[in-house]
Design a protein around this ligand. Sequence first.
Ligand code: WT7
Length: 656
Amino acid sequence: MSNKGSLEVSIDSVLHENRKFHPNKEFAKNYILKDLNVYKKLYQSSIKNPKAFWEKMAIQNIVFFKKWRTVFKWKDYKAEWFTGGTLNVSFNCIDRHLITERKNKAALIWEGEPGETRTITYQQLYSEVSRCANMLKSLGLKAGDKAAIYMPLIPEAVIAMLACARIGVVHTVVFGGFSSNSLRDRIQDSNCKLLITADGGFRKGTSVKMKDMADEACKETPTIKNVVVVKRTGEKVNMKLGRDVWWHELIVNESNQCEAIPLPSEHPLFILYTSGTTGKPKGLLHTTAGYLLGTTVTTKYLFDIKDTDIYWCTADVGWITGHSYVVYGLLSNGATVFMYEGAPTYPEADRFWKMIAAHRITILYTAPTAIRSFIRLGNEGPLKHDLSSLRLLGTVGEPINPEAWIWYHEVIGKKKCPIIDTWWQTETGAIMISPFPGITSTKPGSATLPFFGVEPAILNKDGTPAKGTKGGYLCIKKPWPHMARTIYGDHERFKKTYWKEIDGVYFTGDGAHQDRDGYYWIMGRVDDVINVSGHRLGTMEIESAAVQHPSIAECAVVGRPDPIRGQGIVAFVTLKKSVAVNEGLKDDISKFITHEIGNLARPDEIRFTEALPKTRSGKIMRRLLRELATTGTIKGDTTTLEDFSVLEKLREKDEE
Ligand code: WT7
């Protein structure tokens, strides 16, 4: 809990934000809920009687093959929703639309970075997913087996996810920007039998060599029996005989029909890794019915999906945002989803706006960090293109600063599009706190009010309510259908991290404050997790990677505010005695860390120091380092410091 100091600073700054924007009347006319009172009523009933509420939602929104016996059970911090029921996520995302006029509607519209496009209707998606599922079966996969997906953002990534879901194979998608070591660790932790990857993907005009990374990872993954390779860039890759197969060669012989098998409500759907406070990423396990219900219902109410919408979430499927709001929640609602493979500013700074105009995108869901970098690029790009198709905007991943919110509202939304600032996490599966776009008045920087069935509480460390405007730890009082069920292979860690930090409530790891209107303001992480461009990184994870460098004795990593990316990474490093500092050493360390984890973890600054500040019990005082990295000095409380001379040494370094 060493971030507490920064929590108070940021609360102070948003307390001065009191602009309020009322729902757009035009938008409200066709919105699913009439007014805020309807929301309040529904919300109250969802809290008073969650079982009845979610049961009704399930009946209205999800197709089960067999009805459940029990709506909810909670034992040893393991939630079970809709036990006794069977269903299939892939069926809900595809098959059920085929008997409606959505059959020939576009499910996916994809644009590659070089500019080519592909449109896949629901009927075509059915065929492609079926063929892929049959291919997985022919490779020996069956329900309960695990498959890793390491791919660029191309339709095959979505097809592979849905194919797994169709036959009960548990997928673990690893973001294509992660390095071979990160891929290896995830495959090892989840015992994947199969890896689905591509030769490469396009990013900033060059190809990212994914198959090479995959080969490197698979040197140490004995559980992988086959690697299926999608041809995307066409570059030369090594195909290991007996292990590697081409997707296109295998799939042509498969039937385009595959039954979506009935799976128990609690059948695992996917494992997704995210950073925590220790060195090892956690594999959050999500299951079938609750996850599907949560993503479906939040999509329906918060994104207000209509059959005429063309929806674009800019996230990669390697993150939870991509799972829930590129794939599952949207396709379950029969929406048309736009996907873009590459970099936002390639070949020109206006690529995003050009695509929005060209594809007549109506709903845009992106991250504050992207918005901030667009602000820096100037208004010419968005002003040059016709953005009049847009009717709803969303943000996710980190707190949005009011300045970025206003720019998004004025320059992109032309003051008419509601903005939903959606707070949630990999662990929560779906959006937890967000405005309801046609009815909630918004305040720049606030995620506003909880979704149905979500009971937030702002608490002190001892579990008592944090009173007044001071803020405290954001917790959720009761389990909900779309919550992660466990950390794969480590339920003890799941209990300890989420349910015992403050006894009996779900601990989010975020600080928050509630204003007089009951609106929530999320202040950012209160643990040793940093948020770089909306992506979570554990400081310990970076440190564990760094100390494997042959020259490094010790390393402490802290986050410091960054105007574009939210937070930047500063690494304080002590070198081994025998090591002489040379010019290339910092660069070498930086490369080493990105090789271990991925580009996301590249430090903005590496500082050599003779010693790190520690407490008498040997704990690194990151709080002091954070202060130094942020303000350039240390004024905070140093009474628990073991050796005061360390401070002088750190300061000296700073002046260099
Ligand atoms: C952490 C979760 C789930 C979306 C992608 C990130 C931060 C997320 C917001 C928001 C303020 C936000 C929190 C949270 N966060 N959305 N609207 N306002 N903070 O998923 O990688 O699991 O990270 O992202 O700190 O705990 P994630």
